[in-house]
Design a protein around this ligand. Structure first.
Ligand SMILES: Nc1nc2c(c(=O)[nH]1)N[C@H]1C(S)=C(S)[C@@H](COP(=O)(O)OP(=O)(O)OC[C@H]3O[C@@H](n4cnc5c(=O)[nH]c(N)nc54)[C@H](O)[C@@H]3O)O[C@H]1N2
Ligand SMILES: Nc1nc2c(c(=O)[nH]1)N[C@H]1C(S)=C(S)[C@@H](COP(=O)(O)OP(=O)(O)OC[C@H]3O[C@@H](n4cnc5c(=O)[nH]c(N)nc54)[C@H](O)[C@@H]3O)O[C@H]1N2
Ligand code: SF4
Ligand SMILES: [Mo]
Length: 693
């Protein structure tokens, strides 16, 4: 029958890290239904509310469908439709002009949360252009975990939920809302069903606390201290894995001496977690084998992230949970192209020395630029001027700490081009805005580079409307105009073929399979040692002196000292209904969460004469915003948990959609940055709250 739905298979994407296999019902080039695929490798039929709403991204009446050129003043919200050739030649012309004036490094290429293969094509574009400056939010998202892992044990130790764990330590990771790294939620839940025990470390009583044996409600921003407290107990009570520690770790005696001072009593004062609970959690983690640590984003949201992550890796190591099934493992990719060859890293050999962050002496191996350093280059020419940028898949006006600084920096650029689905506060400051074809409309590959050892097929199921182009096509064409053309293709689809070629499959054969997973290989160190200078897990860093790092993980103090002017401690969490700053314009989601809301304990609310639903002002040392109060006893009376990523698509284009009003990053600052990654404090900020007049 002509009007029957055609069911197609693909994977969910660009609503979080992606991962759930979907069945998509299509009729007349329109998506009529989306379901979780019961055969899904990771999700076994699971689907969330964001995904159900995701087809509406494509059909929204205000979606960008033509390239636009700014007319009138920057940010004034006045646009003129232009053709693709005009848009591309304007971008290429302006970026090449900047290259002439300031060198290739004067042009930055910006990207946000990795969303698909386009992420790597952007890096390729930057590399071929000759710019070492790819700007990404990695300083607060995964780089601390990945790169600290590489320095400590030679790899990024990811949670292995493909094998049974006796216990999970869920550390600042709200997986039933965020599905971190795209696999965790469904697999985690099925392990819980099969009897895995659970400890939760989170200032809020998240859903999963119901299933937990222990809940450690810590003061936001004190993760490092808590991890050191656990190490103290495990070492003092002799609960560590002696054989592994003796044979495979470097610096155990030094670590043991070092953590002596981190008694549960002292750590309890810092973290607010009862000392008895710290002891119990340490014993339970150490005695459960294998145990897995599923860690989340908040450990990366303060200047001390390097030490906090190291302390957690040390925990995995001394308890014998590193690289064992059901522990924290090095995942191995299937036979696909390496990231280096894909992005043509070979063509920019001096990158590490020339990138902006080299000047700030960040930790080796961090190859993207922290947003704070990017803005310093624009605003203060430190270490050299950056004057133009191409940005896609990101909304820095909301996602970088200190939004006012972002506004100043983007406004100062000689030229800015932004590719997005929708007009955003960032796109509103651009000179050229490009309309993209996105998920469901493009052939794509998911999970590449996420470190979990597999890739997922995301074949397109409908065609894009009007003049919307896939990012990869845009970059392929821009590449031909402004970099050596021989490195680009007639058709961007060749990149998809390149990725899967080593597996012996074509892209369409790969799509038929649905995913490719690398081999399970555990305890590889038994053959070759760990890939660190000492060949062991470096509980104490052997490179510390060389890189001017502290050799053992230390607790270096609160993100901000206590201050009676700002008596409450502010943190944030991702919303289960949105991805960061994205999709406030999707009605189905907006209905579920119409306003930005700050969680406040009823006792605290009473103290400040605040009632449910009141507009309240949140004020830190750096700025103030308005959100709606939501009273809940799921957090400590001293803590506030606000929403991140809010702007108002229905707001005024001339003021960039009220970007200042409720935006969490009006409350953050880049005055203090972590030395290793350039990370600002996003959690544990001193704050006050009052009813809005
Ligand atoms: N205070 C605070 N700041 C934070 C965080 C926090 O928790 N608190 N979280 C941090 C983290 S972990 C991250 S990863 C960053 C995220 O920061 P960003 O990645 O900048 O944030 P997103 O909202 O994901 O921005 C995505 C933009 O990409 C667009 N988009 C979606 N699909 C496509 C596509 O196919 N092509 C193109 N060109 N555009 C597309 C969306 O419409 C949206 O405007 O924010 C960081 N900032
Ligand atoms: N729905 C949805 N899913 C997402 C995203 C999204 O924006 N929305 N973003 C995606 C991205 S890019 C990322 S990086 C991941 C992040 O995924 P998660 O790591 O799960 O992200 P968060 O929600 O920031 O933080 C998780 C939990 O940490 C708690 N928390 C707050 N402050 C602290 C603290 O100081 N210490 C500790 N231990 N816990 C604290 C919060 O209460 C929250 O429950 O999610 C991905 N998935
Ligand atoms: S959990 Fe993530 S990958 Fe799964 S359906 Fe929801 S948005 Fe998509
Ligand atoms: Mo992220």
């Amino acid at each position: 029958m002509a009007d029957e739905l055609l069911w197609r298979k693909t994977h969910c994407a660009r609503m979080d890290h992606g991962g759930c296999a979907l069945l998509v019902g299509v009729k007349d080039n329109r998506i009529e239904a989306v379901q979780g695929d019961p055969d899904g490798f990771l999700n076994k039929g699971y689907i969330c509310v964001k995904s159900k709403a995701s087809p509406d991204r494509l059909t929204h009446p205000d979606r960008l469908v033509h390239p636009l050129k700014r007319v009138g003043k920057k940010g004034a919200g006045k646009w003129e439709r232009i053709s693709w050739p005009e848009a591309l030649s304007s971008i290429a012309g302006n970026l090449l002009k900047t290259k002439e004036q300031h060198g290739a490094r004067g042009v930055a290429f910006g990207v946000g949360m990795p969303k698909g293969l386009d992420h790597f094509i952007l890096i390729r574009l930057a590399n071929l252009f000759g710019s070492p400056n790819v700007i990404a939010s990695q300083d607060v998202c995964h780089a601390p975990r990945e790169i600290t892992g590489i320095h400590t044990c030679g790899f990024y130790p990811v949670a292995d939920f493909h094998h049974k764990s006796k216990l999970a330590l869920l550390w600042g990771s709200n997986i039933t809302s965020t599905n971190e790294e795209g696999e965790i939620c469904s697999m985690f839940l099925s392990q819980l069903k099969e009897g895995m025990e659970l400890i939760v470390v989170d200032p809020r009583r998240i859903d999963l606390v119901k299933k937990a044996k222990l809940w450690l409600p810590l003061r936001p921003g004190t993760d490092g201290a808590l991890a050191l407290g656990l190490l103290h107990v495990i070492i003092e009570e002799g609960l560590y894995d002696r054989e592994f520690t003796e044979k495979w770790t470097h610096g155990f005696p030094e670590l043991a001496r070092h953590v002596q001072t981190y008694t549960p009593e002292k750590v309890s004062k810092i973290t607010w977690v009862e000392s008895g609970l710290i002891r119990e959690a340490a014993r339970l983690y150490a005695r459960s084998k294998p145990a897995v640590i599923q860690w989340g984003n908040p450990i990366e949201h303060n200047t001390h992230t390097f030490d906090a992550v190291r302390a957690l890796i040390n925990l995995m190591a001394i308890c014998g949970n590193l690289d064992v099934p059901g522990g924290n493992v090095e995942a191995h990719d299937p036979k696909i192209i390496g990231l280096g060859p894909l992005v043509r890293a070979d063509l920019i050999p001096a990158k590490a020395k020339e990138m902006i962050s080299a000047h700030h002496r960040v930790i080796p191996r961090l190859m993207t630029i922290a947003p704070a350093f990017f803005r310093k280059a624009i605003l203060e020419d430190i270490p050299y001027p950056v004057r133009a940028a191409y940005m896609m898949c990101c909304n820095p006006m909301l996602s970088y700490a200190d939004s006012r600084q972002t506004h100043a920096a983007l406004s100062k650029l000689d030229f800015l081009a932004v590719a997005d689905l929708f007009m955003t506060p960032t796109a509103a400051l651009a000179d050229i805005v490009l309309p993209v074809a996105s998920h469901f409309e493009i052939d794509d590959i998911g999970h590449l580079g996420l470190g979990h050892g597999y890739i997922l097929a995301r074949p397109r199921v409908v065609d894009p409307p009007e003049e919307c182009w896939p990012d990869m096509k845009i970059m392929n064409e821009l590449g031909k105009l402004m970099t050596p053309a021989e490195h680009w293709y007639d058709d961007y689809h060749q990149f998809l073929e390149d990725v899967v070629k080593p597996s012996g499959l074509t892209y369409s054969q790969f799509c038929e399979k649905g995913y490719l997973k690398g081999p399970d290989r555990f305890r590889q160190y038994e053959e070759n040692g760990f890939r660190t200078p000492t060949g062991k897990v470096e509980l104490m860093l052997s490179t510390a002196e060389k890189f001017k790092l502290s050799s053992l993980p230390e607790y270096k103090g609160l993100p901000e000292e206590d201050d009676t002017e700002y008596p409450l401690i502010l943190t944030s969490a991702k919303s289960r209904y949105y991805l960061h700053s994205s999709y406030r314009w999707l009605e189905k989601l907006r209905k579920l969460r119409p306003h930005p809301q700050v969680e406040i304990h009823p006792a605290t609310a009473r103290q400040y004469y605040i009632q449910e639903g009141d507009d309240v002002v949140l004020e830190t040392r750096y700025g103030k915003i308005i959100q709606k109060a939501h009273l809940t006893d799921t957090l400590d009376p001293r803590v506030l948990c606000a929403a991140h990523g809010w702007w108002f698509p229905e707001g005024n284009p001339e003021t960039q959609y009220d970007w200042e009003k409720s935006n969490f990053n009006m409350l953050t600052s880049t005055q203090k940055l972590g030395r290793e990654f350039g990370t600002p404090n996003l959690k544990g900020l001193g704050c006050r709250i009052y009813k809005s007049a």
